[in-house]
Design a protein around this ligand. Structure first.
Ligand code: PMP
Length: 296
């Protein structure tokens, strides 16, 4: 597969108030957040020209910044408008959307009280996150755990939290798996490296309580869709010993959408009625073919 580098493409990126040529959207090497991990970001998808849950994503972006200690200088309505304008300018109707903020290069050290806050938005075309999605992905267990919310603000979508995800994902891929399931600091099932996880047992849907990992926007959408179908949702702490007791498993995330899981560390799952219904409903919902009022 030939890679199309992200810094060498045609198109436009919005950076600190202006649309700039894609190749000119640059920052200095002594940018604080590059060294100290406090870039906050959103991953969103647009379908048929509409960013799915755009306002919610922008709200989370602002909240993530507050959690890591700064305020994004661009109001939510403006960010939402920039996403639309940028899609038009780049000619995309179906694309991934990345809005992000970070501390600049005015200070270099742990303290960065006077560093300027920068903001950028980029959009690009991106297909399925996993190849052969409907076959179900194979997942391994990660050695890394999601940290306590007393260690890091785990509700923030911030770059520092992704160091663990990239290490876990690289190890999984090097062993032939698509992704890794991480436990949390207490040993409960938490999430994958870029998605939340759900299990099915006896017709009910079980999912970990999001008390130390990202409470995904897609996770909430899947819960709404499942409730609208009449399924019981049980949010609770799930022990890894229970992985052998579930019949279906699927993951949710903006990039992954709803993706069936075929295996976690030797435990196999058969994507069946519930997973298939939710994959189908999600697909319709994001394309405006299922009314929101039909979801709980
Ligand atoms: N957990 C992690 C670690 C993620 O990166 C993501 C993707 N943003 C999710 C969960 C799912 O979040 P969302 O559904 O809001 O995309």
């Amino acid at each position: 597969m030939s890679l199309l580098p992200y810094d060498d493409r045609d198109g436009w990126i919005w950076l600190d108030g202006q649309f700039v040529d894609w190749r000119d959207a640059k920052i200095h090497v002594l940018t604080h957040s590059l060294h100290y991990g406090a870039c906050v970001f959103e991953g969103e998808r647009a379908y048929n020209g509409q960013v799915f849950k755009s306002e919610e994503h922008t709200k989370r972006l602002h909240r993530s910044a507050e959690l890591v200690g700064y305020k994004i200088p661009v109001p939510a309505e403006e960010i939402n408008q920039i996403k639309r304008d940028l899609m038009d300018k780049n000619g995309f109707a179906d694309c991934y959307v990345r809005a992000f903020s970070w501390r600049g290069a005015e200070m270099m050290g742990v303290s960065a009280q006077k560093a300027e806050i920068h903001t950028s938005v980029a959009v690009w075309e991106w297909g399925n996150y996993f190849a052969d999605k409907m076959k179900g992905i194979r997942v391994t267990m990660s050695d890394w755990q999601r940290p306590s919310p007393k260690t890091i603000p785990s509700a923030a979508k911030a770059s520092g939290l992704y160091m663990i995800c990239t290490m876990a994902k690289h190890k999984a891929e090097s062993q032939g798996y698509a992704d890794a399931l991480m436990l949390d600091y207490r040993g409960y099932v938490a999430e994958l490296t870029g998605a939340n996880v759900f299990f099915v047992r006896d017709g009910a849907i079980h999912t970990p309580t999001p008390d130390c990992f990202l409470d995904g926007i897609t996770r909430h959408t899947a819960i709404d869709l499942a409730k609208a179908r009449g399924y019981e949702i049980i949010e609770r702490h799930i022990k890894p010993e229970e992985l052998s007791t579930f019949s279906e498993c699927f993951i949710t995330g903006t990039a992954a959408e709803i993706t069936p899981v075929a295996e976690i560390a030797g435990h196999t799952y058969k994507p069946s009625v519930i997973t298939e219904e939710l994959v189908e409903d999600y697909d319709k919902l994001v394309r405006g073919k299922l009314k929101v009022s039909e979801t709980a």
